[in-house]
Design a protein around this ligand. Sequence first.
Ligand SMILES: Cc1cc2nc3c(=O)[nH]c(=O)nc-3n(C[C@H](O)[C@H](O)[C@H](O)COP(=O)(O)OP(=O)(O)OC[C@H]3O[C@@H](n4cnc5c(N)ncnc54)[C@H](O)[C@@H]3O)c2cc1C
Length: 371
Amino acid sequence: MPGLPVWTRLCPVDVLRHPVVAGVAKLLAAPDIQAALHEGQRAGTYPAEVVAALRRIGVARLYTDEAEVFHLCGLNAIAAAVDGSLAITLGVNALALLPVHLGAGPELRAQILKKINDGAFAAMLLTELDHGSNLLRNEAAAAPHPDGGYRLSGEKHLINGATHHDVLVALMRTARGGAVAFGDFSVFCVDRDDSVEALPRWSTLPARAADIAGVRFHGTHVPEDSLVGKLGDGFSLVQRTLTLSRGGISGLASGSASGRSRWRSPTRTPATSTARRSSASTRSPITWSPTPSSTSSPRRWRSRRRSPPTPSASAPPSTPPRPSWPAALWPRRRSSRVGGSSRAARCWPIGPTRSSSATSPSTACSTAPAT
Ligand SMILES: Cc1cc2nc3c(=O)[nH]c(=O)nc-3n(C[C@H](O)[C@H](O)[C@H](O)COP(=O)(O)OP(=O)(O)OC[C@H]3O[C@@H](n4cnc5c(N)ncnc54)[C@H](O)[C@@H]3O)c2cc1C
């Protein structure tokens, strides 16, 4: 069917037949929800109200036993078509819970999934500032506790959900071999308590409303059974998690592209270019691309296989068809004015970024609100 986001044609399952996914699509199509998300994007604030509304319609069920990977990818795409920050805020749950699904014993798994069903969100704690993508150099550690279990110490940074999400799935060093060793790391499920400090938010260029911050463990005591899988399994578990989660990234990218495909940069005219260049918002202003009325029938979410789009005889080939897939999901029309009062309607405003000269993690973090 013309105008559908590509992922819906490639996805082998009609994910919108799942009541929760359909509920999410409906909720995110609501103008007040979209307005709240745009405001959060502008102000750089966590989409708490929208997340609460999504929890009420049962989004947590998708992260537990009920959903297939297609539903999670669909959820990513549906959310990303509307708001990137919300999409990664939701998406990190599926990522963080993957090690639990893959490696946890039945008791720990049931315990964590119950927390998620009860309304908790999860975060994945891998990254450390000094080591970035080189996880095998990480230093945050879990040492045996005299009273049993483990004592966690160290910092993780750039963690999505670091201050708001409740279940922390953390890759910690549990051994220190002479050489780099795959068996030196283990994954733990950690609950927040007073020994878990949430560090200030990082200011990120896109996804400004997402909760990207740090976590510091001050000797956090976790019980023995919070270990996911076996001691020393952590790196392999994370490798499998990151490999399997790539499909979810595709969902995010596809949704983001389908949401953005309705937007285009205007042609700049010499008459306005000087004024625009002097404005703080001279980066390609984004305007709504008007579309003609739809000639296609409403989307029916029945068939599992769909025919490729056929050109409509009534529409000229150069005219983009109006999407019939949850049409209200597409961003609403907004003004093309850049320097005036409608500036706040820009997508993806760019805020202050961390100074490259910052040396201390605590001073490098920025809590500055978006401008
Ligand atoms: C929006 C956002 C959300 C995030 N969410 C999370 C999260 O939830 N949990 C989490 O743990 N982390 C999260 N991160 C952190 C993310 O995983 C890291 O940014 C990533 O691992 C890369 O680390 P880095 O930024 O330090 O880059 P670096 O590791 O310094 O890498 C910078 C560049 O150098 C390249 N590079 C690095 N080492 C080498 C090498 N040896 N050889 C060749 N090239 C190399 C890399 O490929 C990359 O292109 C998030 C980051 C962002 C921006």
